[in-house]
Design a protein around this ligand. Structure first.
Ligand SMILES: Nc1nc2c(ncn2[C@@H]2O[C@H](COP(=O)(O)OP(=O)(O)OP(=O)(O)O)[C@@H](O)[C@H]2O)c(=O)[nH]1
Ligand SMILES: [Mg+2]
Length: 192
């Protein structure tokens, strides 16, 4: 008898890892730095831009997730976002608060992200690099990226946190919020 074919996603790391969280955002926003911080790896200021994507298993409290760290370089990397976003329970949009020149571009990709995610997915907007003096204020970020619209549309599944991925500031709070909200998605169930 032929073996039943399993979707690729369930075979990664040889175990069922359907609880996927995906990191998106423009290149240089700090996605890889954030993932390293979450898994307790040493921060590396010389980190290379992610080509395609990287995968890590992360544990938040008692839950395990497959974290997909997408490359943010324009072109081929972003074409990978859509299928991963469509199958993620949690989505982290990482924004470089200290790069006002890229606000419009970030807004465009945030809008795309919102179109591509599941309606019941949890969306976490991370205003990263708050440690830098030039980081924009929360008010400015909210207005320039039109985040009030998202707050209204997704009252229980959208949140904004200001963080420093490099210095591990605000990261735990943001990830606990994500974890707690994902738990409420009926499909998330118990992933022991
Ligand atoms: N000051 C400061 N720098 C940061 C922070 N987070 C990331 N960086 C720096 O920003 C640069 C880019 O970080 P990455 O983590 O590679 O960014 P990325 O979003 O993964 O970029 P791509 O893989 O190209 O999409 C690195 O030099 C990091 O050290 C932060 O919170 N504060
Ligand atoms: Mg990266």
């Amino acid at each position: 008898m032929e073996e039943e074919e399993q979707p690729a996603e369930t075979l990664i790391f040889g175990k069922e890892m359907e609880q996927k969280i995906t990191f998106v955002g423009l290149t240089g926003a700090g996605k890889t730095t954030l993932l390293r911080t979450i898994i307790g790896a040493k921060p590396d200021v010389h980190v290379h831009p992610t080509l395609g994507m990287d995968l890590e298993v992360v544990r938040i409290k008692d839950r395990e997730y497959l974290a997909c760290d997408m490359g943010g370089q324009i072109g081929f990397a972003m074409s990978l976002w859509k299928p991963h976003l469509a199958s993620s329970l949690g989505v982290l949009f990482v924004f470089d608060s200290a790069d006002p020149a890229k606000v419009q571009e970030a807004r465009h990709w945030l809008n795309q992200t919102v179109k591509w995610i599941r309606s019941d997915a949890v969306l976490l907007f991370l205003a990263n690099k708050k440690d830098l003096e030039e980081a924009m204020s929360l008010e400015k970020i909210v207005s320039q990226l039109n985040l009030t619209k998202l707050m209204t549309q997704r009252p229980h599944t959208f949140a904004i946190y200001q963080i420093s991925a490099l210095y591990n500031d605000g990261v735990d709070e943001a990830m606990h919020w994500l974890n707690e909200r994902v738990e409420r998605i009926p499909e998330a169930g118990d992933n022991d």
